[in-house]
Design a protein around this ligand. Structure first.
Ligand code: SF4
Ligand code: SF4
Length: 70
């Protein structure tokens, strides 16, 4: 799944609009991701104007992260 950095998010709702699986919605004053619906397609990451969305840490193993830094 993906995660949203709420400090960066400007609540433009672009991610919710673009998500083909309806996995993101505005709840109160925050965008909320539904992990059961998110398919990790990455569409929301590409459209976010605030660079507020990224893949959640748990998606990667420590080994993969170490390799990514090299
Ligand atoms: S990664 Fe894809 S499925 Fe998941 S919330 Fe973003 S747009 Fe929706
Ligand atoms: S696209 Fe980015 S800035 Fe816009 S609501 Fe989604 S997370 Fe927030």
């Amino acid at each position: 799944m993906i995660k949203i950095n709420h400090e960066k998010c400007v609540l433009c709702i672009g991610c919710a609009s673009v998500c083909p699986f309806g996995a993101i919605e505005l709840q109160g004053t925050r965008m909320k991701v539904n992990p059961e619906k998110c398919k990790n397609c990455g569409m929301c990451i590409r459209v976010c104007p605030a660079d507020a969305i990224s893949y959640a840490e748990e998606e990667k193993t420590k080994k993969e992260k170490a390799e990514a830094k090299e």
